[in-house]
Design a protein around this ligand. Structure first.
Ligand SMILES: Cc1ncc(COP(=O)(O)O)c(C=O)c1O
Length: 364
């Protein structure tokens, strides 16, 4: 990235000689990224991140195919960049939306999906890994099912949380569109891509020059895209995934053993890097601020959870009310050590006990 920004900060579409270097870098990056999901290079559209990829996929496919039908399907556990886009299409563009409900393990029931698909269903969008609890939908089975019921229905999946954590091979999946965000794999913020299988009928959101196969106008962010390609190269062989999972499982076990009255919300079939845990009698924001004093940064809910109603995901998995206010998500990566896990367990135990003492919490 440094090389691009210092010696090669040219517009890759320009005709002068030095700009070819920028174009070459862009082409190389596209090749690396396409290869990471076994796609063709002309099926990769660079965007500003996961939200833009999701918006482009959903709005672009729904609008381009509305003459075939106006029924679209998604789930109640999607990231807000998917969920709110479906709400928008329902409220402002007159689409008929089915919101499938995830079960207590945070996954969609295939029978429910099968029953929901109709002749006029043009798009199904179901996320791969859920960002709040780490549950995993079987996108292989889901894609096959969709195509067997209605071969004309497009399947989009939000892979923001699964990319580089679980293998994704579009040559074997019945998936038409995939959203990815760079900053989830240690690449820069403000970059992502949308995989669009050849021959998918889709309209752009951003009109202008002909960049990104006419699907996303604007001069490409070559430095950011090369940063993404570099991050992909460094993680391509999934070497560290088992370590991340081992640490996460250890964290889960220790919390269960050492802290009373908690709920582990991450189901048994899960992505390796996410742990969602709720503490009865605790306000998660208070816990977050205690932990940050030790430079431990956890997340509380997500942008999609409204304060009043609580998280859609937690509602869907049927989290007991006593845990509702005390949910944190802990994310691990390849730099997390066993010692880190130990420290987090100790601190959580101490702070949860301290807070419960102050608030005189009694187990119910
Ligand atoms: C599942 C999921 N989808 C989409 C997004 C949005 O990605 P971005 O922040 O790159 O817009 C996120 C971000 O947290 C996410 O977790």
């Amino acid at each position: 990235m440094k090389e691009i920004y210092t010696n090669c900060n040219f517009n890759p579409s320009s005709a002068y000689d030095v700009a070819f270097k920028a174009e070459n870098e862009l082409n190389n990056a596209r090749k690396i990224i396409a290869e990471s999901i076994k796609a063709n290079t002309d099926e990769i559209i660079f965007t500003s991140g996961g939200s833009e990829s999701n918006n482009t996929a959903i709005l672009g496919v729904a609008r381009a195919n509305k003459n075939k039908g106006k029924h679209i399907i998604t789930t109640n556990i999607e990231h807000s960049s998917v969920y709110n886009t479906f709400m928008y299409l329902k409220d402002y563009e007159d689409f008929d939306v089915t919101f499938l409900k995830a079960d207590k393990n945070g996954v969609i029931d295939l029978e429910d999906l099968k029953n929901a698909i109709r002749k006029d269903t043009v798009l199904v969008s179901i996320m791969h890994v859920n960002n709040e609890i780490g549950s995993v939908n079987d996108i292989d089975k889901i894609g096959t099912l969709i195509k067997s019921v209605n071969p004309l229905t497009y399947f989009h999946t939000d892979c923001v949380q699964s990319y580089m954590k679980l293998p994704i091979d579009v040559s074997k999946l019945n998936v038409d569109l995939i959203s990815v965000s760079a900053h989830k794999i240690h690449a820069p913020k403000g970059i992502g891509f949308l995989y669009v299988r050849k021959n998918v009928k889709i309209l752009p959101l951003i009109f202008g020059g002909g960049q990104e196969h006419k699907l996303r106008a604007g001069t490409e962010n070559v430095g950011g895209i090369c940063g993404l390609a570099k991050a992909v190269e460094m993680q391509m062989n999934f070497e560290k995934i088992d370590d991340i999972k081992r640490n996460r499982d250890n964290l889960m076990e220790q919390l269960n053993l050492q802290i009373d009255d908690i709920s582990i919300n991450t189901p048994s079939i899960n992505a390796p890097h996410i742990l969602s845990v709720s503490f009865a009698g605790i306000k998660s924001e208070v816990l977050l601020h205690y932990l940050e004093m030790d430079e431990i940064y956890v997340s509380v809910g997500s942008a999609c959870s409204s304060k009043k109603k609580g998280s859609r995901v937690m509602q869907s998995i049927g989290l007991n009310d006593k845990y509702k206010d005390g949910t944190v998500r802990i994310s691990l990566d390849e730099t997390t050590t066993m010692q880190d896990v130990q420290t987090v367990v100790e601190k959580l135990k101490k702070y949860v006990e301290d807070i419960r003492k102050v608030t005189k919490y009694k187990k119910r």
